[in-house]
Design a protein around this ligand. Structure first.
Ligand code: FES
Length: 157
């Protein structure tokens, strides 16, 4: 895929920049846009974002590296995040993580060989009231059980 935003996407970049007193503060949503479009933030994607944002590559790299929500390597089409922080851990989050890991033969930040599923063990995602929770891409699922996870993931195949 060519690393380039469409004119609509560039309009969105301009709109985001205009929302901040300092346009460079829009780097985070623009990196997010780039990740959604290109799947992950390769060196080439980060260089392109730097050009679009008129920011040095070192700045883009620094932001992308600091925040774990930005993928620095290819991830699966479906990125499964399992929270094992305190509230979720107390309600079976670690067992859920182990279950997904065993089922797909992948561990933290690994992807199945078909590129479909990647797994990440995450800290609190702010949905403790529904512990244990997982997220599949941007959709949260709360009060999940192993069999619930199995049916959610089976539906992705
Ligand atoms: S501890 Fe899991 S969402 Fe907060």
């Amino acid at each position: 895929m060519e690393i380039i935003f469409t004119s609509d996407e560039l309009t969105e970049v301009a709109r985001l920049k205009a929302q901040y007193p300092e346009p460079k503060a829009a780097i985070m949503p623009v990196l997010w846009m780039a990740q959604k479009k290109f799947g992950w933030l390769s060196e080439d994607v980060m260089k392109y974002v730097g050009e679009v944002m008129n920011l040095p590559h070192s700045h883009v790299l620094g932001v992308a590296t600091f925040y774990t929500m930005y993928f620095k390597k290819p991830m699966g089409k479906y990125h499964v995040q399992v929270c094992t922080n305190v509230s979720c851990m107390l309600r079976g989050g670690e067992a859920l993580y182990d279950h997904v890991s065993r089922t797909y033969g992948i561990r933290h930040n690994e992807t199945t060989s078909d590129g479909l599923i990647s797994l990440e063990e995450v800290e609190c995602m702010g949905a403790c009231g529904g512990a244990p929770m997982i997220a599949i891409n941007e959709t949260f699922h709360e009060n999940v059980t192993a069999s619930h996870v199995d049916s959610l993931l089976a539906a992705l195949h």
